[in-house]
Design a protein. Structure first.
Ligand code: FRU
Length: 469
């Protein structure tokens, strides 16, 4: 049986590779990363029966994209996670080239996964949207495909995100490409998760006044926040502009109003969710205390990812920290999930001229910085953040070309809230107004140095290690 053979290969990869991966100095201390192999999108994020579940796109057999599995972690507090049995193995014909991204719902007490069965042929590909349920022993039972490729679309139809609306019906947003090569988001409805009706396209290239807006939209997500509907999507094929849309693929959101009956989504402009070098394919869920939580993949699917040095240790990529979303003054704000405060140790505060600060250990640390004027932060020898009074610029050398590359934010800076974990930084600007997430690969235990004369106010915490058991 293919499933047994894949599981045996996975076991071998884990037995051979796990110790080596754990010894990598770039391995995160408290972010989620796969034990070996390649991790990408967060999947099936849900709080169910009191526990958080986070599944993930995983190739345990190589640091390469390919026939993806679903890995599975569970947590009571979003911070301390435990491994669960591998959820999905691409063993069936309808998922021969990967159990691709999808979501989870609570179907009357049954945790149900909806994912894409990706199938490639010598010429072309197709996709099935499939169901599986989580069983008592932590394994998943596949129920097979429930949606075939809809007419009028290429084989690129994937990443179902499902929720139950007030009318008691299930709704799904699905990423798609039509036969003209335009990226779209489809809306579907079902009474039982098995029989689905395609209601129409609610957003995409050449829709709602967007003009040409990419050849494929991946990983859509739709939810209510405050009194608006938010659509998250990852359009592929947007041309880079001077200071935005600079990553190979974008991940952003639209604010609008979804008309569930007419399947129309009137929305405003596209805003990037994160302005750093590595962020893609986020997924949200509602927590039982009413928050909208998000995990993103701290990676981008393009050629550059395979220049990351963790490859030598047999693993690649990590998740972002969990974040809380809110809608403030017509924009999404992201704050680090409040649970992260549990990791804080040895608080320090400091005030003075920036250049007088002794280098700070940022292997695993949280910082709050309020600068009075222009400031440059040097994250070891590998990443630099500079504020000139108008623009915040994040700079590093491109891992492939060795050339300097930059990412930008414009505005009026009051505060930087920074999370560092071995080979990553997440920079929250002005209490969640914007975020820059990036990997970086310092050559030794990383320290932060500040330059410039400006006065700064600084809070520092070391963060505790070891969150996956
Ligand atoms: C986004 C994505 C999804 C797909 C998955 C495959 O990163 O390309 O569209 O389902 O990754 O791993």
């Amino acid at each position: 049986m293919k499933e047994i053979s894949l599981l045996k290969q996975t076991l071998k990869a884990l037995m051979q590779g796990q110790l080596r991966a754990a010894q990598d100095p770039h391995r995160p201390a408290w972010h989620l990363a796969a034990p070996v192999g390649l991790l990408n999108d967060p999947n099936g994020f849900i709080q169910f029966d009191g526990h958080f579940h986070l599944f993930y796109q995983w190739n345990p057999l190589a640091c390469a994209h390919g026939a993806k599995f679903w890995g599975h972690w569970r947590s009571d507090d979003l911070i301390h996670w435990q491994h669960e049995p591998i959820a999905l193995v691409p063993s069936e014909e309808y998922e021969s080239h990967g159990c691709y991204s999808g979501s989870a719902v609570d179907n009357n007490g049954v945790l149900t996964l909806i994912y894409t069965g990706n199938v490639k042929f010598p010429e072309g590909r197709t996709a099935w949207q499939c169901l599986a349920t989580l069983e008592e022993d932590g394994s998943c039972r596949k129920l097979g495909p429930v949606i075939a490729l809809p007419d009028g679309y290429s084989g690129h139809v994937r990443d179902p995100k499902v929720w139950r609306h007030d009318d008691g019906q299930w709704y799904m947003v699905l990423g798609a490409q039509n036969l003209a090569g335009e990226g779209k988001v489809l809306l579907l409805r079902s009474a039982d998760l098995h029989n689905w009706q395609l209601l129409g396209e609610i957003a995409g290239s050449q829709l709602n006044g967007l003009g040409e807006f990419g050849y494929m939209w991946e990983c859509p997500d739709l939810f209510r926040l405050g009194d608006r509907d938010i659509l998250i999507a990852c359009p592929q094929g947007l041309a880079p502009q001077q200071t935005r849309w600079l990553n190979t693929f974008q991940s952003g959101y639209f604010i609008g109003e979804l008309d569930y009956q007419q399947a129309r989504f009137a929305h405003g402009e596209f805003h990037e969710l994160d302005l750093g070098f590595e962020f893609y394919a986020p997924q949200t869920t509602a927590s039982s205390d009413g928050r909208r939580l998000l995990f993103g993949w701290m990676g981008i699917p393009d050629g550059d990812e395979f220049y990351q040095p963790t490859l030598a240790y047999g693993w690649i990529h990590q998740m972002t920290c969990p974040r809380e979303l809110s809608l403030e003054e017509g924009r999404l704000h992201q704050r680090p999930a409040r649970e992260l405060q549990q990791l804080r140790r040895s608080p320090q505060t400091w005030q003075g001229a920036a250049h007088q600060l002794a280098p700070l250990d940022i292997s695993s640390a949280e910082l709050l910085i309020q600068p009075e004027g222009a400031l440059t932060l040097h994250f070891a020898d590998a990443l630099c953040l500079s504020w000139n009074g108008e623009q915040l610029r994040l700079s590093r050398r491109n891992p492939r070309s060795g050339l300097e590359e930059h990412r930008y934010w414009h505005g009026s800076l009051a505060q930087l809230h920074i999370f560092c974990d071995r080979s990553s930084v997440e920079i929250f600007i002005n209490d969640g107004e914007a975020v820059m997430s990036s990997r970086y690969f310092p050559s030794a235990a990383p320290q932060l140095r500040l330059t410039d004369e400006t006065q700064v106010n600084l809070h520092y915490w070391r963060l505790e290690d070891g969150v996956i058991v």
